[in-house]
Design a protein around this ligand. Structure first.
Ligand SMILES: [Zn+2]
Length: 90
């Protein structure tokens, strides 16, 4: 026998999984994930150059959302002026 609460719980789990998948697809399609040769440093605003962005290894990021953990990739950049590594917005 399946109770209403069990049906609701199962429906919520499926809804959460769908939400996480949609979020991951949306994050993967974001152009700022791998920004190309030049991007502005979010701290000082100076242009940060990257001569061969296609060779930069993407880093796996994980964020805890209200619907569970979501994973996505981002290319890190290093601002020599600030001496900081950052991930372009998005
Ligand atoms: Zn900077």
């Amino acid at each position: 026998m399946v109770t209403f609460a069990e049906r609701e719980e199962r429906a919520c789990e499926l809804g959460d999984a769908l939400t996480r998948r949609l979020l991951e697809e949306h994050l993967a399609a974001d152009e700022s994930a791998d920004p190309g040769e030049q991007v502005a440093c979010p701290i000082c605003g100076r242009p940060v150059l990257c001569e061969s962005p296609q060779e930069v290894e993407m880093e796996q990021r994980r964020v805890q959302t209200r619907r569970g953990p979501v994973e996505f990739e981002r290319a890190a950049r290093h601002c020599h002026h600030c001496r900081r590594v950052f991930f372009p917005r998005g």
